[in-house]
Design a protein. Structure first.
Length: 70
């Protein structure tokens, strides 16, 4: 039976690569370095949702209830 070779696309340049690539999930050191540079330059951001005092209290209450169930 033949071996299955999995492929994926590099998240930076979209080049098709095999799963045995040394720089996975990137196709090359260059694309890995571009990604690292994006992190250093804050090109990637995680959205933050500000909670007001009432929402925060409701969330804490809900978490406490969940912990009490366990």
């Amino acid at each position: 039976m033949s071996e299955v070779i999995k492929t994926y696309r590099c998240p930076i340049c979209k080049k098709l690569v095999t799963s045995d690539n040394k720089y996975r999930p990137f196709c090359s050191k260059h694309c890995a370095d571009v990604d690292l540079g994006n992190w250093f330059n804050e090109a990637y951001k995680v959205p933050v949702v500000e909670l007001d005092e009432q929402e925060l209290e409701e969330l804490e209450k809900s978490l406490d209830e969940q912990l009490d169930k366990d």
